[in-house]
Design a protein. Structure first.
Length: 1058
């Protein structure tokens, strides 16, 4: 007896239409597959079946039993191209005639001929190369837009002998806008219930106009070819001149026009998506980027890249295959049953349509392994590729109806990638960019911007582009000068390289740039990844953290390159390393700073001063940085560059920004590195009177995707009462406006009028402890010697320093100090993003994520706070004061590899946390609960959770109780102040030890272990695991510790925060 195909509940008439996000249908369908399993049925409004793994999809590729179905959005595209090769019904004769007529044009020799001419080869990428080189490395490139220009120009020139010159215009060619409009409206029309056309008359009019634009473009190309015939071996000539071998017919003009539009759409839209996704994945994977670039350098050198090289770039081909595996640009296709069929025990009746979700088929862990979601090109080459089962990779469709233009697209993509990697070094414009998908009938990355740096200007000249290498130098020089805003003609230059996930190292880098002119130098700050491949010739100050032994996100390419660089590339460099780390994470403390320092030193580079190891848990890191600068870095840099100690305009104290005050103009300055989300839910999770822990839901910008375990970065605003204190201290009216002189080097906007309160609220950190440098300048500004001496003595008191007074606290206590607002702002670090673990699953709602956070609201410990001000956490206070409907600047950030649920839903998991470290595990449990409710088998889940008391802060207890009854999870609590209610256990590590047999049982069943919390939670859990190992294996502590260490990155994943 056949099994029933799962189907979510639908609404009358509409069916399941509301389950699908029209702007991101692929994500919606993936979500439904995660909930209901690899096969499910929807009404959209027509009924169809969806399959999402290899076992269910493989029988569908048998053309004896299933044939291509032209339905849904594809059927609507027939309004534009009728019975073209892509949209013809199975029994339409024009398809067979066109297929037989055009197949010879896509043989190896004709394809080689299309790309073979030197002028074609250069033109296909030369316009892009020239534009990117002239604009320089500081110019953001819209990857999807420029690759669309490139591929449209390529197919127009190589296949149809015409030049669209897309890079010579600011706007896309009219064909592109018309195509996007046609595809988007075709998708929208396929979702509308029957008999609703009356309500969409305006859309219909625009739809017809778009189709007319495409038809007119094709007619013009055809008329021009007929008027000026040629013997070119291109696609257009094949359509005009070739004869069908079976019927002796030539293609009629209508068929030629339909297929020209088909090829112009399919020939550039999918390839541009492939190239955009490829560069996204390469820039996410330093190892893959390095191998791809290395292959081009090794095989092609500085020679012009021609089709003769195409069979010699196996790794580039593997990268293309792997990109299409993860991101098939045509993300699905539909077949229909020719007769009743059994599909893995499910009955598919004759005529029923089955949609194959390629993005899920291609990520089936049963075929591609546990890392099926990861970009690993090696799986798509050599023996690994040969071992893949038949039909496991289908980005070009199936059988006789597969993409006829595949050879053209493949050669075009190979040529483009090889040529661009030969000429440019690429980096992401926004290092923390999180992939967003833009959907029509195909998919592309949305808002994905890259930067391109010319590696060798001489190479561009050798390519015959008439390119002057001075162009890149002048562009780069101009962009660097624009970032400093200082007159540096008499200053010695050096470069600050930094990597940063949370903003701390970026703030240190900016502080170093700001301080450089006062010390006789001119500094330019760059992210580490922007220089991988070629180090600057100026001295380097490298500021880098280490995240659980891994490099920062915007330094991973740099570190990968550094490890494999030749000594000759590194030897000429002089450098200093300032390392940032957390000692609580002992095993990997300072790993990346140490690696960078040791690698450069081993290559013979000149180490200006010993590496400094700063611990974020030990005092004020900005004070440590200032000490390093004054005692080590500046003296060493002066010695290396021949500078005198008194060179520079400053005196070592806090400088003063030159600002003008205007009390009339009101305006605001918004940050652009995040997007707007909307608060949709807020609630308190703790009992009244207890330290507050809260829950907030945020509706995300359209097109964004996340996974349980990821982060949400929030750009906060300082508490209003703190801003008021600053305004009062400097006697500023609330509507005062300021303008910073552009001669200042600062991260703040210059030469633009901004409200003082807006700058204080949103652009600087007001709560950070005052640095010794700033306090020294305050002392110097106090006119009364006795009061100045008093503060001098207090600063030497260790207890005063440890109380972490803010600069505002000190200025309020010493009102006679003439410390100016300009000095105050110069002392402030830029406002940074705060990252929070997401506490929701996208399966519940892909457009909403939730955060679980502790509100920091406590008496100030500062010994300079005489007015009773409370210490308010900047971000948590900001979040708490938001209301439903408020807008908030947010950005999604992926978590470290491994800190996600296993791909195998049946695998057991063990989780340990305390307090709001519960956030990602609430998301994990919610996701497994949704899957279990949808009929998917889930493995055991064991949660060890530390909190204060049962009636105080046992967060989400109702939800966890429900999930325990459903068999989703088992929760073991440890109440610090009520251990009698938790088997005598006060801390989470105590409960793990108490219930160690359950932990052992699950670990023996290959469970994954996750930890989330502060450093002491991580070390406590590690200690408990080592003790369990000692008891179980009767081994010593050293052996047990080594075993715990060996599981990290394999079965043991940690998310530790300060």
């Amino acid at each position: 007896m056949s099994k029933t195909i799962p189907a979510p509940y639908g609404y009358p008439i509409l069916g399941n239409v509301l389950e699908i996000d029209p702007e991101n249908p692929t994500q919606s369908l993936a979500r439904l597959a995660a909930i209901h399993g690899p096969i499910f049925r929807l009404r959209l409004p027509a009924e169809r079946i969806f399959v999402a793994n290899y076992a269910c999809a493989e029988p569908l590729f048998d053309e004896k039993n299933f044939q291509k179905s032209v339905s849904g959005p594809l059927e609507q595209v027939r309004n534009a191209v009728h019975d073209g090769l892509f949209t013809a019904y199975p029994d339409e004769p024009n398809w067979a005639v066109a297929h037989r007529t055009l197949m010879p044009a896509f043989g190896p020799l004709p394809i080689k001929s299309m790309f073979g001419g030197a002028s074609k080869r250069l033109h296909c990428t030369s316009d892009a190369r020239y534009r990117w080189a002239r604009f320089g490395p500081e110019h953001p490139i819209d990857a999807s837009s420029d690759f669309t220009r490139l591929t449209l120009d390529s197919i127009a020139l190589c296949a149809m002998g015409t030049r669209f010159n897309s890079f010579y215009h600011d706007h896309q060619h009219p064909f592109v806008d018309a195509m996007v409009g046609t595809l988007s409206e075709s998708f929208a029309r396929s979702r509308r219930p029957p008999m609703t056309g009356f309500f969409y008359r305006k859309q219909d009019e625009h739809y017809k106009l778009d189709i007319d634009v495409m038809k007119d473009t094709a007619k013009e190309l055809l008329a021009d070819r007929r008027k000026h015939p040629t013997d070119k071996k291109d696609l257009l000539n094949a359509m005009v001149n070739n004869v069908d071998s079976k019927t002796g017919q030539k293609l009629g003009d209508d068929s030629i026009i339909n297929n020209m539009i088909t090829f112009l759409i399919a020939g550039h839209e999918t390839t541009s998506g492939l190239l955009s996704f490829l560069f996204y994945e390469l820039l996410e994977s330093p190892e893959a980027y390095s191998k791809a670039e290395g292959e081009v350098n090794r095989v092609c050198g500085k020679n012009a890249i021609t089709v003769e090289y195409m069979g010699k770039l196996p790794y580039i081909e593997a990268c293309l295959r792997e990109t299409l595996r993860l991101h098939p640009t045509a993300p699905a296709f539909t077949v229909e049953a020719k007769s009743d069929q059994d599909l893995n025990g499910y009955l598919v009746k004759k005529g029923e349509r089955v949609n194959i979700l390629l993005a899920r088929l291609h990520r089936d862990p049963e075929v591609y392994g546990a890392d099926a979601e990861s970009f690993r090109p090696s799986r798509m080459m050599g023996e690994s590729l040969d071992k893949l089962p038949a039909n496991a990779w289908k980005p070009f469709g199936n059988g006789i109806r597969a993409c006829i233009g595949r050879p053209f697209a493949w050669q075009e993509a190979l040529l483009t990638v090889a040529t661009l990697l030969q000429v440019f070094r690429f980096s992401k414009d926004q290092p923390n960019y999180n992939l967003k998908i833009k959907t029509a009938l195909t998919i592309k990355p949305d808002d994905f911007f890259i930067r391109a740096t010319v590696k060798d200007p001489d190479l561009l000249e050798e390519c015959g582009m008439g390119f002057n290498k001075a162009d890149t130098k002048s562009t780069q020089k101009k962009s660097e000068q624009g970032s400093k805003h200082v007159d540096d003609k008499n200053l010695t230059p050096f470069t600050v390289l930094y990597g940063s996930n949370t903003g701390t190292c970026e703030a240190l880098a900016q502080a170093l740039v700001d301080a450089a002119p006062d010390n006789g130098f001119s500094a330019t700050a760059k992210i580490m990844d922007s220089v991988s491949g070629t180090l600057p010739k100026t001295p380097l100050a490298i500021i880098t953290p280490s995240y659980e032994g891994q490099p920062p996100d915007n330094g991973a390419h740099f570190v990968k390159w550094l490890e494999s660089a030749e000594a000759e590339q590194l030897k000429p460099v002089s450098y200093a390393v300032f390392g940032v780390g957390n000692k609580e994470w002992r095993a990997t403390y300072q790993k990346i700073p140490t690696l960078v320092d040791d690698t450069l030193k081993a290559a013979g580079a000149d180490q200006l001063t010993k590496r400094y190891a700063a611990d974020v848990t030990d005092g004020n890191i900005f004070d440590n940085f200032d000490t390093w600068l004054q005692e080590d870095f500046w003296p060493a840099l002066r010695k290396a560059t021949g500078q005198k100690a008194d060179t520079g305009a400053g005196n070592g104290g806090v400088k003063e920004l030159k600002i003008s005050i205007d009390t009339k103009l009101r305006s605001d300055h918004l940050r652009s590195d995040v997007q707007l989300g909307e608060v949709c839910e807020i609630r308190l999770l703790t009992c009244p009177g207890a330290p507050r822990k809260r829950h907030i839901g945020i509706r995300l910008p359209t097109g964004t995707e996340y996974r349980a375990g990821d982060y949400l970065a929030v750009l906060p605003i300082n508490p209003a009462e703190v801003v008021r204190r600053v305004m009062a201290r400097f006697k500023m009216p609330w509507d005062a406006v300021m303008k910073i002189d552009p001669c200042n080097s600062t991260a703040l906007p210059t030469d633009v009028s901004l409200p003082v309160q807006s700058v204080l609220a949103s652009m600087v950190e007001l709560n950070l402890p005052a640095t010794k440098k700033a306090v020294t300048s305050v002392i110097e500004s106090i006119p009364e010697p006795n009061i100045a001496d008093e503060l001098t003595k207090r600063v030497k008191d260790e207890s005063f320093i440890k109380s972490n007074p803010s600069l505002l606290d000190i200025l309020e206590e010493y009102p006679s100090a003439t410390f100016s607002l300009g000095q105050f702002l110069a002392s402030m670090s830029p406002m940074r993003l705060r990252q929070y673990s997401i506490s929701s699953s996208p399966l519940a709602d892909p457009n909403v994520c939730t955060l679980t956070y502790s509100v920091i609201d406590a008496p100030s410990k500062s010994k300079a706070n005489k007015n009773g001000h409370r210490f308010l956490g900047v971000a948590t206070t900001y979040l708490e004061r938001l209301s439903v409907g408020d807008q908030v600047h947010v950005g999604l950030r992926p978590s470290r590899a491994g800190f996600h649920l296993p791909n195998d839903d049946s695998k057991p998991i063990i989780m340990a946390c305390a307090g709001t470290g519960l956030a990602p595990f609430y998301a994990f449990a919610a996701e497994r609960a949704i899957k279990k409710a949808g009929g998917i088998e889930t493995g055991p889940a064991l949660l060890f959770y530390g909190c204060n008391r049962p009636d105080e802060d046992d967060m989400y207890k109702e939800e966890f109780d429900k999930w325990e009854k459903e068999g989703v999870i088992s929760v073991r609590r440890a109440y610090t102040f009520a251990p009698e209610a938790s088997e005598g256990c006060k801390f989470v590590q105590d409960r793990i030890w108490h219930d160690r047999q359950d932990t052992i049982d699950l670990f023996q069943k290959h469970a994954e272990l996750y930890i989330c919390g502060a450093g002491y939670v991580g070390s406590g859990v590690e200690d408990a695991m080592a003790r369990i190992r000692m008891e179980q294996k009767n081994c010593d502590r050293k052996t047990a510790d080594e075993w715990v260490k060996s599981t990290k990155g394999e079965r043991f994943w940690a998310d530790i925060f300060s």
